[in-house]
Design a protein around this ligand. Structure first.
Ligand code: FRU
Length: 516
């Protein structure tokens, strides 16, 4: 690894980033053999999320539905379960749920603009051909560098590669970057993660940056042919209209992985910085390409970063995110794998203009045996049924709807054998505009008569939680031992307030935890 991630990639594991990832529960150090057999036997490897067969992954890259297939590329280190030597891993699917691993799609070219790494990027389709834009990274003299941290100085340029085949396995790179430097006169910290889209006859592209002493920003470019790009202006930046003050200012701040797209009757910007993903929704004045954010929020309050979107085959806007590890580097190095992809989330806008997300219906095909609690008037009968619910092998889904009355309640997941509590979601009528997850607040704005709906996906060492599609919270958990554990629900409060509670055992997407 050639960079100091505190300064160069502050978003990934900077001090602020780590504190934003939430508390994770670690019961015991984890050691696994890194052979395929060892990986397959590691009960912490998720069973229905996409992750490489081994080694490190971070950001989703260029997700695209093309030629009847979903392609997912991702930041991948073929050398081990730690960040560095960025390649593009590749997997393909017919349904966004079951995947087949394909050979690495992009690798650094010695002597080229991406000699030290192929960073994050996005796909565009022109005349039936897929092109990817990505950030090439190489060491450069200080005066040319777009990122420096005292010991390294790196030049980030925006590069292009074209697919030579319909399976997107063979790529030809342009030898020189299409954007070789940040806008003239702009002092930047970070210049990366291009994301193009087409509007009428023009292509536009966002690039993430941080402007010296001003903080994170998104730069907007335009082009007629995908090759020649002209800088337009700053599309969004920290403190614009007061909409981006959700996080504390960090002088190293870079807005990474920005994306801008139409959703409903508005436009949405997403970006990631200091360990968290953010969204803004508002109006685009498309004559002059100025964005006026009206609402802002957090994409996910837990371990979730560098989100990217695509359209699915029906035109839904799908959000993917990188779920990082929340355990020490030495542990994931020893385990032989690190990082996974979130489940696909469908994005919509509420009538209030705020972003909603829910897991794509395609994931429902994995539901196996259902255990549904029949809530009656008798507390003891309800409790007996709740206590009997089991998610075997840490591989399941739970949906629970509860009435909001004047009494608090708490939903928790714990080891069936007793002892460890993995996550707890609490509703307190004194604060009706939020829930707390592991005692930390997440806003949920509900109408007076709306029930609270909790939706949990539990997969080995990850729990993705959704509350009324408004708050998402991804949590890493690391059960100890070499045998997969079972989990149970612990309900505190009146069970008569539960409207429905169902649990499904989920079917693994592969026979061997290698996710293909
Ligand atoms: C986000 C990020 C991107 C960069 C990539 C490098 O996690 O830092 O900005 O392109 O990861 O792996």
């Amino acid at each position: 690894m050639f960079v100091n991630r505190r300064s160069f990639l502050s978003g990934i594991v900077g001090a602020a980033g780590l504190s934003a990832l939430g508390s994770s529960i670690r019961v015991a150090p984890v050691l696994a053999s890194t052979s395929p057999t060892g990986l397959a036997a590691d009960p912490r490897r998720p069973q229905f999320h996409l992750l490489p067969a081994a080694n490190w992954m971070n950001d989703p890259n260029a997700p695209i539905f093309f030629n009847d297939r979903y392609h997912m590329f991702y930041q991948y280190n073929p050398d081990g379960a730690f960040w560095g030597d960025m390649h593009w891993g590749h997997a393909v699917s017919t349904d966004m749920v079951h995947w087949q691993h394909l050979p690495v799609a992009l690798a650094p070219t010695p002597g080229g603009p991406d000699a030290d790494g192929c960073f994050t990027g996005t796909a565009a389709v022109l005349d039936g051909k897929v092109t990817i834009f990505y950030t090439g990274v190489r060491s450069a003299p200080e005066e040319q560098a777009t990122s420096k941290d005292g010991s390294h100085s790196l030049l980030e340029t925006q590069c292009l590669a074209s697919a030579e085949d319909s399976e997107l396995k063979v790529w030809t790179k342009l030898p020189a970057p299409v954007i070789a430097a940040p806008p003239a006169g702009m002092q930047v910290n970070g210049f990366r993660d291009p994301s193009p889209w087409r509007q009428g006859n023009t292509w536009y592209m966002t690039i993430g940056t941080g402007i010296a002493n001003r903080g994170g920003a998104v730069l907007l470019y335009k082009s007629k042919d995908l090759r020649n790009w002209e800088y337009m202006h700053v599309l969004a930046r920290r403190n614009q209209n007061g909409a981006t003050t959700l996080d504390a200012f960090d002088p190293w701040e870079v807005w990474e992985c920005p994306e801008f797209f139409a959703l409903g009757d508005r436009h949405v910007l997403i970006y990631s910085t200091a360990g968290k993903g953010y969204w803004q929704s508002g109006r685009l004045d498309s004559e002059i390409m100025r964005f006026h954010p009206e609402q802002a929020g957090i994409l996910d309050y837990g371990s979730y970063y560098a989100a990217k979107t695509q359209l699915d085959k029906s035109g839904n806007r799908i959000l993917w995110g990188w779920i990082p590890e929340a355990r020490p580097v030495e542990e994931h190095k020893a385990a032989g794998w690190a990082g996974l992809m979130s489940l696909p989330r469908v994005l919509t806008l509420g009538t209030d203009g705020r972003l909603r997300s829910r897991v794509a219906a395609e994931v429902n095909q994995l539901r196996g045996r259902e255990q549904a609690v029949a809530i009656g008037a008798e507390e003891s009968g309800n409790l007996r049924q709740i206590n009997a619910l089991r998610i075997e092998d840490c591989c399941g889904e739970i949906v629970c709807t509860a009435k909001r009355t004047h009494e608090p309640f708490e939903f928790a997941l714990e080891s069936a054998g007793g002892g460890t509590q993995w996550i707890r979601v609490k509703y307190d009528p004194l604060q009706p505009g939020q829930v707390t997850i592991d005692a930390r607040p997440a806003p949920v704005l509900l109408g007076e008569n709306d029930d609270l709906e909790l939706h949990l996906y539990i997969d080995s060492s990850v729990i993705e939680v959704f509350v009324n599609q408004q708050a998402a919270w991804t949590k890493r958990v690391y059960p100890s031992g070499n045998t997969p554990q079972a989990m149970r629900v612990q309900w505190t409060g009146k069970t008569a307030n539960i409207v429905s509670l169902s649990a499904w055992q989920m079917t693994p997407i592969s026979a061997n935890r290698l996710s293909a």
